[in-house]
Design a protein around this ligand. Structure first.
Ligand code: M6R
Length: 629
């Protein structure tokens, strides 16, 4: 996830671009940059009789690793006058955060600059082709490849819009882009597919571009939203819109009513809710470019150098904290069921001080959204010190755990701002499913079974979307009923036991209600003593291998007058006779059920917290990244 800003008009571009980038920075970006077309007004043409002052433009790039304030300082040290420019804040995907990998990127001629949100999936093929044609690349980014491709087409037509359009026809992946060229100083070309892009229409022949209206709302509330596969050429005298297959289209200008702060959260009241809503996309991003459906297999770039160890491994260790630990527990169940490799999982804080037994042949996965959690980092170091291959499953690119791992898999969930982790969890589970398929296919999993699992995985984003749409209002009502409860029990079995733990953690964190997660069958060994008419019990009971067993546990709670809220599979009529409240989720294979069942649990925690007036995004005593012991 990155941020895009652009400006063309009669005012100085730099302050407009920098203030727009600052408004996008709440998402925690790692580097930032500007491209400006500086009007030199100094080129002299002489025919021997007269001289003429020509307006010549020079492309200026200013970019650096770090925050927008670092870019601001850089820009103040090297001021450039310009009335057209584009700016970017980056959240690294391809290539670590660094000055050189920061956007904008330029083409081979150095005359075209591009900023890009998204991922170009076929960039390596395009890169090979361009290298064979003599192109030289400065960075590891997919975006630079697109810049060079545009440059290649521009050489043929000297028409920037056409060069961008033809390039996008070659590209597979997601993008929101803005492009400028020193040869076309009166235009910005923008396009989108899968990554938002909005054009702001100002009052004074000036136009703005942004990936999020928050960046331009201070200048105009009149906007045009581009849809997927649409592009626009913006000049000081107007906007021309077309599809990338070159059909001219007319777009309507819309008025934005929302307040700045609301737009910064994408229209959601809280980052947490926004992030719950992002999950269909973040799950897709976790799988993007990684599944080979035909072969029933998975390719994970960050593990490619360790396939030999993974083929031979006899024991896997997983270590993590909090929500990431719950994802790891489910990962253990997946790997043991389908790859038949023994998996030990342990809280990182325990592992690091316990003198654990680790062998040279062990493979260790350290799971962390932030990649900075002190205990997880220390556990990873301890495992590696004792001989294990240390792999990371991390969200934040370039974080310490990512850097210190021998390899690993990024979950690509984008910045998670809500302190209560939501989308990172479902992306971690998606990545564990991919790892499971890969390890399984190295062993006993057939191509047919691999394909079936991949089909179920690919269907998940739509099912998560349905789950959000179908359950949100019902969950809100349930929260109203139970908002004054002081205790909650969350019970599940098999794959959904860790989902129950996660549901309880979410409730505790943001609503401050005491909640316990338990394997459902363990209830009779103690927690059953707590059950009376004041105890709500959430059963995570989708149709899976242990469904019949959990029905008995529900009966036990009902017999003691506990209030039963069940998460069940659509069409399950049996459970409606037992539970007071049934929240239905779509059907999937058992190993993937937690990815669906956790969604209403996240919503329940969210609506319980808001009904109790709690600060959802900044719960007391918690920090997003726990970098101390
Ligand atoms: O960044 P990490 O995944 O390493 O963080 C681990 C825990 O601190 C984190 O999951 C925490 O429990 C969250 N607040 C859960 O919502």
């Amino acid at each position: 996830m990155c941020g895009i800003v652009g400006y063309i008009g009669n005012r100085e571009a730099t302050p407009i671009l920098l203030s727009g980038l600052k408004r996008l920075e709440y998402r925690g970006y790692d580097s930032a940059g500007l491209a400006l077309l500086e009007d030199l007004q100094a080129a002299i043409s002489s025919n021997g009789h007269s001289t003429q002052l020509l307006s010549a433009h020079q492309l200026v790039i200013e970019k650096c690793k770090g925050k927008v304030t670092d870019l601001e300082e850089l820009s103040a040290r090297n001021p450039h006058l310009s009335t057209i420019g584009i700016g970017h804040t980056r959240w690294a995907t391809h290539g670590a955060p660094s000055d050189v990998n920061a956007h904008p990127h330029t083409d081979q001629s150095g005359k075209i600059a591009i900023i890009h949100n998204g991922i170009i999936e076929n960039y390596s093929q395009i890169k090979k082709h361009l290298i064979s044609r003599g192109h030289i690349f400065q960075t590891e980014t997919d975006t630079e490849v697109l810049a060079h491709l545009i440059g290649e087409f521009f050489e043929q037509s000297h028409n920037l819009t056409e060069a961008v359009r033809l390039s996008l026809n070659e590209v597979v992946g997601a993008y929101g882009i803005a492009v400028i060229s020193s040869e076309n100083p009166d235009e910005i070309v923008v396009a989108r597919k899968g990554s938002p892009l909005v054009i702001g229409v100002g009052n004074d022949n000036d136009y703005f571009v942004a990936s999020d209206a928050a960046a331009i709302i201070a200048h105009t509330r009149q906007v045009i939203y581009l849809s997927d596969n649409e592009m626009a050429t913006i000049t000081r005298s107007g906007i021309k819109t077309r599809t990338i297959s070159n059909v001219e289209i007319t777009k309507t200008i819309e008025h934005i009513e929302m307040e700045l702060e609301a737009i910064e959260k994408g229209g959601f009241d809280h980052f947490m809710l926004k992030e719950i809503y992002e999950q269909p996309r973040t799950i897709t991003d976790a799988m993007r470019g990684r599944v080979v459906e035909e072969e029933g297999n998975v390719v994970l770039g960050g593990l490619e150098n360790h396939l030999r160890e993974l083929r031979r491994v006899n024991r896997i260790l997983i270590t993590a904290c909090g929500t990431s630990f719950h994802a790891g527990l489910i990962g253990k169940y997946m790997i043991e069921q389908y790859a038949r490799i023994p998996v030990d999982i342990e809280y990182a804080s325990e592992f690091r001080y316990r003198n654990p037994i680790v062998g040279d042949d062990d493979v260790m996965f350290a799971i962390s959204q932030s990649g900075e959690t002190a205990d997880t980092l220390a556990a990873l170091r301890e495992g590696k010190r004792k001989g294990a291959l240390g792999l990371g499953i991390v969200n934040v690119v370039g974080s310490t755990i990512a850097r210190e791992s021998d390899g690993g898999v990024y979950i690509h969930a984008g910045p998670e701002i809500g302190v209560a982790s939501t989308k990172a969890f479902t992306s971690q589970l998606t990545v564990f499913a991919l790892i499971t398929i890969m390890l399984g296919r190295m062993r006993h999993l057939s191509v047919v079974d691999g394909r079936a699992m991949i089909r179920e995985l690919l269907a998940l984003p739509d099912k998560v979307q349905q789950t959000i749409e179908n359950t949100e209002q019902q969950v809100k009502q349930i929260a109203e009923i139970f908002k004054d409860a002081t205790n909650f029990l969350y019970l599940g079995r098999g794959y959904n036991y860790p989902a129950a733990l996660e549901g309880a953690l979410k409730l505790k964190e943001i609503s401050y209600i005491h909640a316990e997660g338990y394997p459902a069958a363990e209830m009779k060994h103690g927690p059953i003593a707590l059950i009376d008419e004041n105890m709500p019990v959430v059963f995570v009971a989708p149709h899976d291998d242990v469904y019949e067993k959990i029905l008995s546990n529900i009966q036990e709670v009902r017999a003691r007058k506990g209030h039963v809220i069940a998460i069940a599979t659509e069409g399950d009529e049996q459970i409606t006779e037992l539970a007071e409240q049934v929240i239905f989720i779509p059907e999937t294979i058992p190993m993937l059920t937690p990815i669906l069942s956790v969604v209403p649990l996240q919503l329940l925690a969210y609506y319980m917290a808001t009904a109790r007036g709690c600060n959802v995004d900044q719960p007391r005593n918690l920090a997003k990244s726990v970098t101390v012991e």
